[in-house]
Design a protein around this ligand. Structure first.
Ligand code: C5P
Length: 312
């Protein structure tokens, strides 16, 4: 008898950094109104789905042991929500999902959101649903604030809770050094800390987004470096005071500027060019202020199916 081996589908998804993150008041639904500029980076996860009688999820790569493999995993929630959307049984989706982590776990770089975006696109292909990107983006927005951006990639202005996106012209490849901390931070805890800090007078806020968009259009990393800003940074630093030292060390090593990425604790340093990024990364590794250091470029593409490329 002829047995057919199921063909897996692999999707590559990017990490993000927020070049600008202005956090407004908290809303009745518990979220905060945001104005943010996302940039997708060349640090990626690979999400593989394959039809299987025994459904489930497994995780490999750095930090895999701290990623849940049960129903709380956002990629698994993506499986269920897309199954439901497609009229399939979400309890019996008939797929196995494998995550290969290259994006730091709980690092403020939207790794979990990227995995959910990857699962949506991979299943859209595996199940031949042919849902258009905007319909997938709607489903993505129901899963989490950063999931639509992981689908879209590039550089984008995000509003609402971060899920409403408009692409932004970015005329340059930006070179980043990424400093990963030893332990993660939980996003809700960082927002709560920001609310606490804001109850006291003198909590400062980032400026308008327009100059950031102009700097991106000009393509000058020096101009952009002056404008990087993140309202969550003070909250992340309050919870993890050592980040102050990391941020200083990156600038001392020659970066144009450094910010906490999203809710942290990862720090992202913008550098003049590729050579400078390599030098900053080497010096920062030696400074002993973080667990590990990587070099990345942005903007990177959003979620994409790997066809001819091998997923390894
Ligand atoms: O949307 P997502 O599930 O990624 O958000 C995680 C948590 O981050 C939320 O539960 C909320 O506590 C906080 N958050 C927020 N405002 C946003 C986005 C996230 O308060 N705009």
């Amino acid at each position: 008898m002829l047995s057919v081996v199921p063909t897996p589908i692999t999707v590559r998804v990017p990490a993000k950094v927020n070049l600008h993150l202005a956090v407004g008041d908290s809303r009745p639904d518990g979220y905060h109104e945001l104005v943010t500029v996302f940039q997708a980076l060349s640090m990626t996860d690979d999400v593989t789905v394959v039809s299987a009688d025994e459904p489930g999820l497994e995780v490999h790569g750095e930090g895999a042991e701290s990623v849940p493999t049960g129903p709380s995993n956002l990629a698994w929630k993506a499986v269920r929500i897309l199954a439901e959307h497609a009229g399939r049984d979400p309890e019996e989706p008939g797929v196995r999902v494998t995550l290969h982590k290259g994006i730091p776990v709980a690092g403020g770089m939207a790794g979990g959101s990227a995995d959910a975006a990857g699962a949506l696109l991979a299943l859209n292909t595996l199940w031949k649903l042919e849902l258009p990107r905007d319909e997938l983006a709607d489903v993505a927005g129901r899963l989490g604030s950063d999931v639509p951006f992981a689908l879209q990639g590039g550089t984008a202005l995000g509003t609402g809770r971060g899920e409403r996106l408009v692409p932004v012209l970015a005329r340059h490849t930006y070179h980043w050094v990424i400093a990963l901390d030893r332990d993660g931070l939980e996003t809700p805890a960082v927002y709560t800390e920001l609310d606490r800090l804001r109850a006291e007078p003198k909590a400062n806020q980032v400026g308008d987004v327009e100059p950031v968009l102009e700097a991106l259009a000009s393509g000058d990393p020096r101009q952009l470096a002056l404008l990087l800003g993140n309202d969550l940074q003070c909250a992340a630093v309050s919870l993890r005071p050592g980040l102050r030292r990391t941020l200083r060390a990156g600038v001392n090593a020659g970066a144009l500027a450094g910010i906490v990425s999203g809710s942290g604790p990862t720090c992202a340093f913008l550098c003049t060019d590729a050579d400078s990024a390599v030098k900053v990364a080497a010096e920062l590794s030696g400074a002993g202020v973080c667990r590990t250091v990587r070099v990345a470029q942005g903007p990177a593409p959003g979620a994409r199916v790997l066809s001819d490329e091998r997923a390894d």
